[in-house]
Write a protein that binds this ligand. Structure first.
Ligand code: SF4
Length: 423
């Protein structure tokens, strides 16, 4: 690899927790191996019959087109190489033998113009901790390529096209970062600024737009740097009346999918714990994940949720703002907006994720106990935030099908976005 490698600061602190990890990643996912990786493994394993035998039992062929083999899972869903809380490939044959996806996770490397960018998937609990807890986690730093594991993959890229949507990537995303870092405004208002900007530019600035949108885009970008406009938008946002059950329905739809999904046992347990806190209104969803979101009782659920949110923000508001802003920054850095049809859809995907995270966090029964106690329990609140974010990410972020379904249902509409951001 050549060129600059730009990272978010928290990535420089990452060390896999190994057997101490509370939710190891050698499970459930489909991991495919290319031929080069297979040959590396074969050659390393040839030195011992135990490794050779293990290799044959742990790899499944044929694999989908483009791949050579697939890592087999045992009856618990764990990778066949997972032993005593560790990857036995890593332990016995060394890191250089790991297939690309295993060497890369939880890193995410994106190719952007002449540089690469390093961020991380918050489905790894250690990365979620580093990202959410440290105030300087989201600073940009240049890092040495040598710090990446051998065979680390580039996982996404901004395509080089004539479209303004890809050519103006750096400037547009810089503006979004700047809006997200406006400490004078709560995170919800910063997200509203982005949603507003996205709604203004999406009609002419999208995946199919041509190169001639420069003047319009420049004008909208200049407007978004005007403090008077931002002040006015914030004032309007605070005064908006939005139906409170819309966002709750979206959130419960996502939770229902989590309950019936195959991955993320810990996330399912968390969802059940939270739904129980809203008994009897949401109890049917626990017993039967296919049952529809209830028509009655949602007002009580919303009221209870808002009371919990207010009490938590009174005690831990600054800390929670940090979690939300860091999550949002990580999203805009890691998830390249060019993979979405337009900025409005991309902002909506973030708003949906944050709405589910907020619901699970503010409704978490353990949080209520800490809020009720007199002392400040920041560490305990951090633990709850990490649990919510990492289990949610493990369950949802790797489920492209579900995210696409939600995207189609909501359809990139500013009024829907406002409901989600206000939730
Ligand atoms: S989830 Fe993260 S900390 Fe845990 S085993 Fe995987 S990489 Fe290591």
């Amino acid at each position: 690899m050549a060129g600059e490698l730009l990272a978010l600061n928290y990535m420089t602190r990452f060390r896999c927790s190994g057997s101490r990890c509370e939710d190891h990643c050698c499970t459930v996912w489909n991991v495919f191996v290319d031929e080069a990786a297979y040959r590396r493994l074969e050659s390393a394993a040839s030195r011992s019959w135990v490794s050779r035998d293990k290799l044959e039992r742990a790899l499944e062929r044929p694999a989908p087109s483009g791949w050579y083999a697939k890592l087999r899972a045992d009856e618990d869903g764990n990778c066949a190489f997972f032993e005593d809380g560790l990857c036995s490939l890593h332990r016995d044959l060394g890191e250089s033998c790991l297939p690309g996806p295993c060497a890369t996770y939880p890193r995410s490397v994106a190719h952007v113009g002449s540089r690469c960018e390093l961020s991380g998937s918050l489905s790894c609990p250690e990365l979620a901790r580093l990202c959410l807890r440290e105030p300087d986690a989201m600073d940009f730093v240049k890092v040495d390529w040598e710090t990446l594991p051998e065979h680390c993959l580039v996982t996404s890229e901004v395509p080089e096209t004539e479209s303004a949507y890809t050519r103006r990537f750096d400037e547009v995303r810089r503006l979004i970062f700047d809006l997200l870092c406006l400490a004078a405004y709560p995170t919800a208002e910063r997200l509203f600024f982005i949603a507003y900007f996205a709604s203004q530019v999406s009609p002419f600035f999208h995946g199919g737009s041509n190169a001639n949108t420069g003047v319009l885009l420049d004008r909208e970008m200049r407007r978004m740097r005007d403090p008077l406009l931002l002040g006015e938008l914030a004032r309007q946002f605070r005064g908006l009346r939005v139906p409170s059950d819309f966002a709750l329905r979206v959130v419960l739809g996502m939770i229902r999918s989590s309950l019936s999904g195959k991955r993320g046992q810990r996330h399912r347990e968390l969802c059940v714990k939270v739904l129980r806190a809203y008994a009897p209104h949401l109890s049917d969803l626990i017993g039967d994940a296919q049952s529809p979101v209830p028509e009655v009782g949602l007002e009580e659920v919303v009221e209870k949720y808002l009371r919990g949110r207010e009490a938590t923000m009174k005690r831990f508001g600054a800390r929670v703002e940090q979690y939300l802003a860091s999550y949002a920054l990580n999203y805009w850095f890691k998830e390249l907006y060019t993979r979405s049809p337009d900025l409005l859809c991309h902002t909506q995907d973030l708003a949906v994720r944050l709405a589910v995270i907020k619901f699970l966090f503010f409704s978490h029964p353990d949080l209520a106990a800490h809020v009720a106690e007199g002392e400040t329990q920041v560490d305990a609140v951090d633990r709850i935030a990490v649990e919510v974010v990492h289990t949610f990410a493990r369950n949802i972020e790797h489920d492209a099908e579900l995210l696409n379904q939600i995207r189609d249902q909501l359809g990139g509409d500013l009024s829907h976005l406002v409901c989600l951001i206000r939730f």
